[in-house]
Design a binder for this molecule. Sequence first.
Ligand SMILES: C[S@@+](CC[C@H](N)C(=O)[O-])C[C@H]1O[C@@H](n2cnc3c(N)ncnc32)[C@H](O)[C@@H]1O
Length: 273
Amino acid sequence: MRSSALDRVDALALLRELAGLSHAALLAHPEAALDEASLRALEQAAARLRAGEPLAYVLGWREFWGLRLSVGPEVLVPRPETELLVEFALDRLDAEAAADVLDLGTGSGAIAIAVAHERAHARVQAVDVSAEALRIARDNARRLLAADRPGGALRWHHGDWMRALPSEDQAFDLILSNPPYVAEGDEHLPSLRFEPRLALVGSRGADDGLGDIRELVSQAAPRLRAGAWLALEHGYDQAEGVRALLRAAGLREAHSLRDLAGIERVTAARAPD
Ligand SMILES: C[S@@+](CC[C@H](N)C(=O)[O-])C[C@H]1O[C@@H](n2cnc3c(N)ncnc32)[C@H](O)[C@@H]1O
């Protein structure tokens, strides 16, 4: 049964953000009264949370890889497990060398911005089919990345996976993606109703949730440089299917990485040398 009480962590976050009260201030002055404006803002925010809206949308931000990303209902709320994909990328990118990196389905820009933040020399490009998502990602990058990073400003492309790129010839040293992978009839979809369906199910709905991953792998595999990696996040029961798709696309060393809950969450493979 759904409780009308707010989660304690959410309530503390609201007090901190909307009333400017830190946890320490609450402990020191539990009797302190809230002003009218703060009370109204808190009541409105609490009503949105009770209706099931994610805290990140109510606050307007979510922290990812230690970076405060602006988010709204136009983009998926970045998840902690996606940091596994960032770790995979950083392990393969030299801190001092240039490399061409692509983030497919960038949403808020979470993956592209985290990689660009940690690897100043990487030339990072990102694609999304949602123009609203790209606007949010661009603003996040402008706010969070140094204007004079050696790899240059991030480049954003609007369109369908690799077809969004301006050149058919450019190849990459690393392609990353957290694509839509929720199956059409998945039982979790109702609880995710505030997030964009395009980000969750995509536009190539399939019973196994792999519709967009199939297309993305077939488009992206030929664009990897020799020995370059393609790494994808996917659902808890899709690792075997994704490994098979990567092998069928001619890639090698297909393997999956487990998240903190022990679930195979990211699968990667590389182009032949
Ligand atoms: C699961 S979200 C991931 C967002 C972000 N990378 C993250 O990890 O938080 C998938 C993203 O793929 C985008 N997308 C869906 N179909 C696409 C397509 N055919 N081409 C490009 N992007 C697409 C969605 O708009 C959404 O932003």
